[in-house]
Design a protein around this ligand. Structure first.
Ligand code: 1GP
Length: 255
């Protein structure tokens, strides 16, 4: 029988375990600052590095990935803004379909260009419904993609969009307020999305305090992504890590 139901083929439901991804933007890093963050990330048990940015203006990406691979065992997942940013040194790639927008290039166009490269690579491919949310100011991602983000106070739009992404077979949903967002995505929106779908939900943008990290996790986020504030204050890495650790310890205790 060639046709199985979506439920037969879906990956296991979310486990409740929380994960921490550190976003490394090659444009904002020197070799020294990157090495410092790598050491802190190892000490803080970071789960993944996301490497990329909405507009990469330097040629640093390849050397940053090489540096990470030399000095860390934390997996490197590409977070690309277009097909030019595929790098086979990485462990995997978020194959982002910008489902909050209506720009065909970011819904399918870049993927067509990327497909033969990805098929010929050993990269793990993570098909991800990428949703930009208006968190107070226009972001590079929204401008560069020519798309309108989901309004901050419209969780129903986010929920229906995430459900559509899941029904289309996307394995992850990424709610992103954009790097350095004025405020993070609301707990109300995160909870609404998490309750509506079974695939893991990644949340990022504007998380710059332990309280904001905690709020995203409490609302249901499976993975939180922090970039901007760690560049300014590397000590924040350990703070977020301890918030996540306390969640996972509590989960183990209650099992
Ligand atoms: C941006 O979600 C990421 O795409 C992380 O955002 O840089 O604001 O932490 P910050």
């Amino acid at each position: 029988m060639p046709f199985k139901t979506l439920r037969d083929t879906q990956q296991p439901a979310r486990s409740g375990r929380k994960h921490f991804a550190v976003l490394l933007d090659p444009d904002n890093l020197t070799e020294a600052s990157c090495l410092h963050l790598l050491q802190l990330s190892e000490d803080s048990h970071v789960d993944f590095f996301f490497v990329g940015g909405s507009l990469i203006t330097t040629e640093n990406q390849a050397s940053i990935i090489q540096l990470i691979k030399q000095h860390s065992r934390i997996p490197v997942i590409l977070f690309p803004s277009n097909s030019l940013h595929i790098d086979k040194q990485a462990d995997g790639i978020l194959l982002l379909s910008l489902i909050s927008g209506r720009n065909p290039d970011f819904l399918i166009g870049q993927h067509v260009l990327s497909a033969p490269i990805l098929k010929a690579s050993n990269l793990n491919v993570y098909p991800t419904g990428y949703m930009l949310v208006d968190c107070g100011r226009q972001t590079t991602a929204s401008y560069m993609s020519g798309t309108t983000p989901i309004p901050y106070d419209k969780p129903a739009i986010a929920t229906c969009t995430a459900m559509a992404g899941e029904l289309l077979g996307l394995r992850y949903i990424y709610l992103d307020g954009g790097s350095g967002a004025a405020k993070p995505i609301s707990a109300e929106m995160i909870t609404a999305v998490c309750e509506a779908i079974e695939v893991p939900v990644i949340v990022g943008g504007g998380i710059n305090s332990p309280e904001k990290a905690k709020a995203a996790l409490e609302a249901g986020a499976d993975v939180i992504v922090v970039g901007n504030h760690i560049e300014k204050n590397p000590g924040f890495l350990a703070e977020v890590s301890s918030v996540i650790k306390s969640y996972n310890i509590a989960l183990d205790v209650h099992r």
